[in-house]
Design a protein around this ligand. Structure first.
Ligand code: SF4
Ligand code: SF4
Length: 509
């Protein structure tokens, strides 16, 4: 035997594991009902919103929610956002982020389990799959069966409905970017822009692949949130928990568990919690990254506990603090005068010792998140209600900065943009303040030099002007002299001021 033969061979580590197919069983219970309700609300919002109308008068689109890229506007009911007001959108995104932190610190991955689009669409695709192929056992059997007419028929119908949902999902998205009824007609008559067809194509493909085929793999491998959430949780966050202090040791089968002299744990190893899990995990193994906190295992287990006549909550939303104190009570013979490893009520069943603690909502972390969220919201609302609907922006010509005129005076040129952000035409008083002897000339206002002009601006439009400011030779001050351009609407008492500079060459330059 040579030395090489004696060397232990290193264990081969597989870096790739093929996906194990998951066939979640239909669950019944309070959390499943809550998920149906949230699913109906979120899908309705997504599909119906572009079809809602909102009267903004004759000069603006009547679609309630519209991202008008061509005209660079965002409309949401009574709110209209111009490009320079994008900070409102940024603020809302920050609010959504802080809100997600708040929800996660209180209820773990509630976002993932109830409202994330991936979860909602996977749920919808599963409804179709169950309707066509049956519940878990029937689907598993069909999957193993060789292809025959019945299997082929079911698969074709299922994929056709999935594709129809996917097209509807992609289709709904483009209606947020143009007038929905017009775009629908253009789309079906093949007159819509190419980008509309490309967008629907991409979203159809991603919805079909993510919702129908990849399902939990999107959460496990593509989404960063399962990794980030660990930093958001603490010992007071509610997470779906298997209460092993009352579940162990497991009993196999309900008959044994129903016997009068039964002393085991409450878990009868029925696998109901595993069978309903859309992530395909066993919550009894402890907290796992794959768990999206959908609580369907709670429903499944509560159903079993009900049938056994035991208290519900063997799997429950629980904080680590509560779990630890329950565990300490359950295993401390001095605390309770009961079986050293069990806490049983007069019927011999193990009781949940500590239930939901409202303090999960009120602790420094959640108060801080809520305070930030509320301040942001208040700040945005205040800014929204106080914002000006009249604006003036000025760009000073840089090449040349000034022009020397034949009479010795100096002229500076500016591009002035006056923004009328309301849905009515306005006559704006445009004037200058400072440079007392200077006058303005504006292209399109022929043969006129003045310090004040009346400028008509169309509704919801920007008017661009070429403005020349002339300072006589006698009043020149070398260097840069500040002055103001003022745009004013006396009817609404709105005014906007832009601080500009008038440039005069230094002596000798
Ligand atoms: S373990 Fe329970 S809560 Fe977690 S994903 Fe599975 S069913 Fe949902
Ligand atoms: S559903 Fe409840 S009783 Fe059944 S295996 Fe899961 S934890 Fe145990």
């Amino acid at each position: 035997m040579n030395a090489q033969q004696e060397m232990p061979q290193p264990e081969k580590i597989e870096l790739y594991e093929a996906r194990k197919k998951i066939f979640p069983k239909r669950a019944e219970g309070q959390f499943r009902r809550l998920k149906w309700i949230i699913m109906a609300i979120t899908l309705s919002i997504y599909y119906i919103t572009p079809w809602l109308r909102w009267d903004r008068g004759p000069h603006a689109p009547d679609q309630a929610v519209l991202i008008d890229i061509a005209n660079r506007r965002f409309y949401a009911f009574f709110i209209e956002i111009w490009p320079q007001e994008f900070y409102f959108v940024a603020g809302m995104l920050v609010m959504a982020g802080v809100g997600l932190f708040l929800v996660t610190s209180v209820m773990g991955r509630a976002w993932c389990g109830y409202t994330c689009p991936q979860t909602v669409w996977v749920d919808l695709f599963l409804v179709v799959e169950r309707f066509i192929e049956g519940d878990r056992n029937a689907r598993m059997k069909l999957d193993k069966a060789p292809y025959n007419f019945d299997k082929l028929r079911k698969r074709i119908i299922k994929h056709a409905i999935w594709l129809a949902i996917a097209v509807g999902t992609g289709g709904a998205w483009i209606f947020y970017f143009a007038d929905a009824p017009t775009l629908l007609v253009d789309f079906v008559t093949l007159e819509a822009p190419y980008i509309a067809y490309a967008t629907v194509g991409i979203l159809t493909a991603t919805t079909y692949v993510f919702g129908g085929h990849m399902r939990e793999q999107v959460c496990n491998y593509m989404c960063p949130w399962p990794r980030i959430q660990a930093a958001m949780l603490d010992e007071s966050s509610l997470v779906v928990t298997y209460n092993d202090w009352r579940g162990e040791p497991r009993t196999h089968g309900s008959k044994k568990a129903k016997k009068a002299d039964f002393t085991g744990g409450d878990c009868i190893d029925c696998m109901a919690c595993v069978n309903v899990c859309p992530a395909g995990i066993d919550i009894r193994d402890g907290q796992q990254m794959e768990c999206i906190t959908c609580a369907l295992c709670i429903d499944a287990c509560d159903d079993i506990m009900g049938k056994l006549g035991r208290e519900k909550g063997l799997i429950s939303y629980s904080t680590l603090e509560d779990y630890n104190s329950n565990m300490a009570l359950a295993t401390d013979p001095d605390t309770l005068d009961l079986d050293p490893n069990r806490i049983r009520n007069e019927n011999g069943f193990i009781d949940q010792i500590k239930h939901f603690n409202p303090k999960v909502f009120l602790r420094p972390r959640t108060v801080m998140y809520f305070a930030i969220w509320a301040c942001l919201g208040l700040g945005l609302l205040t800014a929204l209600s106080l914002r000006d609907r009249l604006g003036v922006n000025v760009q000073h010509d840089r090449n040349p900065v000034f022009v020397q005129l034949s009479d010795g005076g100096i002229r500076n040129a500016y591009t002035v943009k006056i923004l009328n952000m309301i849905q009515e035409p306005r006559t704006i008083i445009f004037s200058m303040d400072g440079l007392d002897e200077a006058v303005m000339e504006i292209n399109g206002f022929e043969n006129r030099e003045a310090r004040t002009f009346l400028i008509n601006v169309d509704p919801d439009k920007l008017r661009e002007l070429r403005v020349f400011v002339k300072q006589p030779k006698e009043n020149l001050t070398p260097g840069s002299t500040p002055f103001k351009f003022i745009a004013e609407d006396r009817q609404s008492n709105e005014r906007d001021i832009y601080e500009a500079n008038f440039e005069v060459p230094e002596a000798g330059k």
